[in-house]
Design a protein around this ligand. Structure first.
Ligand code: UTP
Length: 295
């Protein structure tokens, strides 16, 4: 079954990038000349996704504006010599995919945010692109790679990358075993969120992309109902249960990944994307070389 729907949760508080995220959602922070969330929408659209639900909350209305037409701006740019490309890029934002919005009314974590997409998804498999994780592979987008895995095996897929040992305690650790004939795809039988040293099973952590069957919603509902008030129920717990039941695969995706939820991630994304940028890439490269020589 082809995967046509995706959820982008973008309703978090973004406390790690305050004060930048105080009135500008972190998902709207820039990478060179586009907000982070536009990279996600483009990735999804270039992966065959037709319908995208963005989970927002109070104060994130600018995300809706960004993916709408701006008639005033478009009218100003239309037909002006030298502004054709700019006009197209502004207009294109509204036509990337069918984009829908729903609010997460309380900030109760990622699992709770994803649940807000239950009726939008219905009974189909779907992708989740975590709103502050940008992945870049222009030839073969990461979501496309993962949708192909789902279509082949029909099991939930979590996108993973190996993270440095000294940082794994900030992520989760996956228990994995190889699958014959597969290079990047593994069975995943257990996941431990924020592992202690003795709990580390591998250095693979889930980084921002998953493709899931619709049964995850029931699992989230059950998990949330059983979690005491004030404690967060993690989406990772849902995936871990699926792993124990033999229903989960881990995929070491092919692409660069930037965490727009922390300061270093934002800087790396901007530097690396700028180096490849058709308009400023060459000039920026010279600048970086010069700067490196001075520090
Ligand atoms: P994070 O845990 O990285 O986001 O969630 P956060 O809570 O905004 O970050 P900090 O710790 O305060 O800095 C990953 C993604 O899930 C969304 C976020 O917007 C982000 O894109 N999210 C998180 C929600 O949609 N709702 C939530 O309740 C929490």
């Amino acid at each position: 079954m082809k995967i046509k729907k995706a959820i982008i949760p973008a309703a978090g508080l973004g406390t790690r990038v305050l004060p930048a995220s105080k009135s500008v959602p972190k998902e709207m922070l820039n990478i060179v000349d586009k907000p982070a969330i536009q990279y996600l929408v483009e990735e999804a659209a270039n992966s065959g996704i037709e319908d995208i639900l963005i989970i927002t909350n109070r104060g994130k209305g600018v995300i809706e504006d960004h993916f709408d037409h701006s008639f005033e701006l478009e009218a100003q740019l239309a037909g002006r010599p030298g502004k054709e490309q700019l006009y197209e890029s502004v207009k294109r934002c509204a036509d990337l995919a069918n984009i829908y919005f729903v609010r997460q009314k309380e900030t109760k974590g990622l699992a709770h945010a994803v649940l807000a997409g239950k009726s939008f998804i219905g009974n189909e498999p779907f992708a989740i692109l975590y709103g502050d994780d940008v992945t870049i592979n222009y030839e073969d987008p990461v979501t496309a790679q993962m949708c192909r895995c789902y279509e082949k095996y029909g099991k939930g897929i979590v996108g993973v990358k190996s993270v440095p040992r000294e940082l794994i305690h900030l992520y989760c650790s996956l228990g994995v075993s190889p699958i014959e004939g597969e290079q990047r795809l593994m069975n995943c039988h257990k996941i431990i969120e924020k592992p202690k040293e003795e709990e580390i099973m591998s250095l693979y952590a889930i980084l921002g992309r998953v493709v899931m069957p619709p049964e995850v919603f029931e699992r989230i509902e059950k998990g949330l109902a059983q979690t005491p008030e004030g404690r967060e129920f993690y989406l990772t717990d849902v995936f871990s249960d699926m792993g124990r039941e033999g229903k989960l695969l881990a995929y070491d995706f092919d692409g660069r990944r930037y965490d727009m939820g922390n300061k270093m991630g934002i800087m790396k994304a901007n530097c690396e994307v700028a180096l490849d940028h058709p308009e400023i890439g060459a000039e920026f490269r010279e600048y970086i070389k010069d700067l490196a020589g001075r520090i």
